[in-house]
Design a protein around this ligand. Sequence first.
Ligand SMILES: *[C@@H]1O[C@H](CO)[C@@H](O)[C@H](O)[C@H]1NC(C)=O
Ligand SMILES: *[C@@H]1O[C@H](CO)[C@@H](O)[C@H](O)[C@H]1NC(C)=O
Ligand SMILES: *[C@@H]1O[C@H](CO)[C@@H](O)[C@H](O)[C@H]1NC(C)=O
Ligand SMILES: CC(=O)N[C@H]1CO[C@H](CO)[C@@H](O)[C@@H]1O
Length: 521
Amino acid sequence: MLVGLLFILAITGQCLCIPSIPSFPFATRAKPITFPDLYEASVPELQAGLNAAHFTSVDLVKAYFARIEEVNLKGPALRAVLELNPSALAQAASLDRERKLKGARSALHGIPILLKDNIATIASEGKANLSEFAHFRAGSLPSGWSGRGGQNTNAYFPNADPCGSSSGSGVATSIGLTAVSLGTETDGSITCPSSNNNLAGIKPTVGLTSRAGVIPISAHQDTVGPMTRSLTDAAIVLSVIAGKDANDNFTLAQPSRVPDYTKALNKNALRGKRIGVPRRVFTDDSITGTDPSVNVAFNRALDIIRGLGATVVDPADLPSADEIAVSNNETIVLDVDFKVQLNDWYESLKKNPSGVRSLADLIKFNDDHPELEEPPQLEDQSELINSEATNGFDDAFFKALAFDQELGKTRGIDAALKAHRLDALVLPSTGFTTVPAAIAGYPIITVPLGFYPDNVTIGSAGPTTFYPAPGVPFGLSFLGTAFTEFDLIGFGFAYEQRTKTRLERKAFAAAIPKTQLKDVI
Ligand SMILES: *[C@@H]1O[C@H](CO)[C@@H](O)[C@H](O)[C@H]1NC(C)=O
Ligand SMILES: *[C@@H]1O[C@H](CO)[C@@H](O)[C@H](O)[C@H]1NC(C)=O
Ligand SMILES: *[C@@H]1O[C@H](CO)[C@@H](O)[C@H](O)[C@H]1NC(C)=O
Ligand SMILES: CC(=O)N[C@H]1CO[C@H](CO)[C@@H](O)[C@@H]1O
């Protein structure tokens, strides 16, 4: 499954492809071809251009590589991309040949995709920078920093926080360094960087997409999902990556058929629905609770949702909200899972030239190589040390896991949905609003909600990063119970299409790459 190629240029799946159009034989005057702007280009637009032979996948790879070159280490040095797939051009050429002979295999045929670095690939391939160990190394470390990649920063304000841990996927997709990307979420790591980078993101139900080959934090919470510029693109990617995988037994519990999520893209999807606002999840949140920019935009969003024909139930609190706010059960579960599963992951590697074969080795490696892994102000690896100190799957672990299920599901999201007869919950995507869905393993769909105003007081998010900051985006999350992605995508799409918030503001000028398809053809 995901064991992809940097630029996974083809994946099998439902074919939404537009049939290839033969060149029009009677044309007397060729109509000038207009190429899609790669800052915003959607998968259907790219697929149409590929099928019409206006450009090839080779052209796309060349253009994206040139765009990465412009801003990744040069110019604003966003450090969003770690590696380029050395075989991407050859793979693209082979997929171009296949398209000519047989047509496109799927809606992703020949579409460049960027993967978060914790997702295994077949050979050495390209990759998005991330918060190290998906930000599990230590809560104090800034988002987007890794020893390997340096500090990845936001494209909307110089040195702003990209959020994490799928930071590189977020930043690279936000300015069109790739068509689409994949991130992973344990608690917030797709939702938050999608929010901070003006993207649509889908954190699927745990078990909808396979984690085989993904460096784990926790089998109970980890999930792989798309980060894209529109929910249309996200639905296309999710339709391809969802499904059962014998190498990840959590996927065996999903419903028998993967829906075509593009069928959920209905502008009227909110009509007649009941959407609840679990206010206690964010009113006490240090990031979201008192933030006037987020709260004003959120209340405006509720009016828009009403305008789209839904009933907004406000508040529709999770009975467990106050307990979740003070609970340490999630940390107990993650600390144990991480040690056990990371050690299993090291053991599963066929080749590992690094000499690091366990969590204990990793902690020692970091301490032995401060120049690589513990530069000044970034020494902290307390969460790794806490995890190493745990004793495997003991009574305390199973108790904490059971509490999490209860707090997140039965007395949490499911209780609120049931009590108020709701179709979904809606929340700002900022801060700690991802926790209930994280401990429940439930889905979150995020779409752009707004931007910090130009006069916002710039805050600090780490030794060299800022949050909030002028122009930095934030998102709106739709939440539901397990495997309700189809409905949630519909609700997010109705809101996205009504508001088109993403298009209201662009990245700062130096962070916008100039190369376009016309420059490489
Ligand atoms: C998956 O398999 C592991 C052992 O390989 C087992 O401990 C776990 O309970 C299984 N999980 C599910 C959801 O089937
Ligand atoms: C786990 O959650 C339960 C229910 O809220 C709570 O009573 C318990 O104190 C929590 N445990 C920890 C370690 O936070
Ligand atoms: C920013 O500007 C808006 C209106 O333009 C104003 O209402 C608000 O008070 C200002 N905020 C700050 C922090 O100056
Ligand atoms: C090992 C490696 O490729 N490191 C690169 C990671 O990405 C950063 C920023 O893009 C580069 O500075 C490193 O060379």
